[in-house]
Design a protein around this ligand. Structure first.
Ligand code: TYD
Ligand code: MG
Length: 461
């Protein structure tokens, strides 16, 4: 029997799935304790069909050839890292969602942006912090010397209607919402932070952005497992999704593009959190590779692509005999399943008895790497630790390791090689390519086609 309609329903706060009765586990996404009772309500404001189709005038179909091409207006910011992840600057009328764990630096990043834009009128909505707290942060990042703080208005409010009214009066050129989970629209009866509220407030902000052609940045918290809180639908509504990540114990922060209607979605910006706010890191390799003792084993450098950039970073491995029955395996910054695969390849194709060894892997700097070209470097670190043979700090590696121990080609080899040379490496190990070798001066490019070649080159003497 169905309950009388129009009363309440239970909505999963993780995926937005509806249910008529409470359940401990959401049947759609499998999360526990995420179903919250919310009133079923008719929404008074018009909602948009797909979330992204905002209609400003009576529409009719237009032949593609008749549509005028308009150059996208972009506002370049002094922050090169932010420009990069946005695809070259802030697009007029775009809605950008910035997700990240609490304390990672989202508010700092946005306040710095607000204080750095030359003579733009900024409207910063602070729903989480008092005016004094925002002021304290601003002084910390040095607004006392900043003449632009006259152009930055801070509004401590969570009622979206009041916010929209003030925006009508102030007519800002950029709006920052800190954070979407604190906003509420009086049109909805559910509490702030609930799926319905988050969705409704985002829809209204989307309408504002598109109708007034003002860019809007929305800060959103992410849940423990890394998803942006609230339903997936939020990600579909906005133009760009940026994720601010990094370990709170490291000072590096990574701003990653997850979705971008106006540019590549695989870009990356790197910052360092300092006492006076976030500093851009234009050349990440220099800080990700620490000067090291040549005699330490278990360390190697890999050239990986992050977005359109080559980054050289250090991977460390510790391989030691397991004291317990089941060997421990752990990896930080790298997919553990892929690590198991690499270990199996080393065992089967290289003949190394790693089955009874504990293996720990770590990519330094708190970076999470998805480029498979890091495989080769990881294999080298693992073997270096296992055999206790140190790798020269002038060597670097790039290449994917296949299941039969072959070293597979990876993209943008030229770029990787030239970056390694620029940073003063003396040798780079790459997959066999069939092209002519690019040795220049003391710099050597060493091509390897199988694991055996690598072992012969580095670990046999
Ligand atoms: P914050 O921007 O408040 O994080 P979020 O909005 O994502 O929750 O930044 C919080 C952390 O950053 C806090 O632990 C203090 C640190 N921090 C600095 O180290 N230096 C600074 O200049 C600022 C402003 C913050
Ligand atoms: Mg904050």
């Amino acid at each position: 029997m169905n309950p009388p309609s129009g009363k309440t329903q239970f909505i999963c706060q993780n995926c937005g799935n509806h249910s008529v009765k409470w359940m401990g586990k959401c049947p759609a996404c499998g999360e526990w304790n995420t179903l919250i009772e919310e009133k079923v309500q008719k929404i008074k404001t018009p909602m948009f069909s797909g979330g992204n189709t905002f209609i400003t005038e009576a529409t009719r179909p237009i032949a593609l050839s008749q549509i005028e091409e308009s150059a996208q207006e972009r506002m370049a910011t002094p922050d090169e890292e932010l420009n990069r992840v946005l695809g070259g600057g802030i697009v007029a009328g775009s809605l950008v969602l910035i997700g990240g764990e609490p304390g990672i630096g989202k508010s700092t990043l946005m306040l710095q942006l607000a204080l750095s834009l030359p003579h733009k009128l900024i409207f910063y909505v602070s729903g989480e912090e008092s005016l004094q707290q925002v002021k304290m942060r601003a002084s910390r990042i040095g607004d006392n010397k900043n003449p632009l703080s006259d152009h930055c208005f801070i509004y401590m409010e969570t009622n979206l209607n009041a916010i929209l009214d003030q925006i009508e009066i102030v007519l800002p050129e950029l709006i920052i919402i800190d954070s979407i989970q604190t906003l509420w629209s009086p049109q909805m009866e559910s509490s702030p932070g609930s799926v319905s509220q988050v969705r409704e407030c985002t829809a209204l902000l989307l309408r504002l952005a598109k109708s007034k052609n003002i860019p809007v940045f929305i800060i959103g918290h992410i849940t423990k497992d890394g998803a942006i809180a609230g339903p997936k639908v939020l990600e579909h509504m906005v133009d760009t999704v940026l994720q601010f990540e990094g370990d709170r114990h490291y000072q590096y922060r990574i701003l990653r593009t997850l979705k971008n209607r106006f540019g590549s979605s695989s870009e990356l910006g790197i910052y360092e959190m300092q006492g006076e706010g976030l500093r851009q890191v234009p050349n990440p390799s220099e800080i990700l590779i620490s000067p090291r003792d040549e005699s330490l084993s278990g360390i190697s450098i890999s050239a990986v692509m992050e977005g359109a950039r080559v980054i050289l970073l250090e991977s460390q491995a510790l391989v030691s005999p397991s004291v317990y029955g089941t060997p421990q395996r752990s990896s930080i910054g790298f997919d553990p399943r892929r690590m198991s695969m690499l270990l199996a390849v080393l065992e089967k194709k290289g003949g190394f008895r790693l089955g009874m060894q504990d293996v720990f892997l770590n990519i330094t700097g708190g970076i999470r790497v998805e480029d498979p070209a890091i495989d080769l470097g990881l294999v080298v670190s693992i073997l270096s630790s296992f055999l206790d043979i140190a790798i020269s700090s002038k060597d670097c590696f790039t290449g994917e390791v296949g299941l039969s121990g072959e070293i597979r080609a990876v993209s943008r080899m030229e770029q990787r090689i030239s970056e390694a040379r620029k940073l003063g490496f003396e040798r780079i190990f790459i997959p066999k390519s069939g092209q002519t070798l690019k040795n220049k001066g003391p710099f050597r490019v060493i091509e390897i086609s199988k694991l055996d070649d690598l072992i012969r080159e580095l670990f046999s003497n």
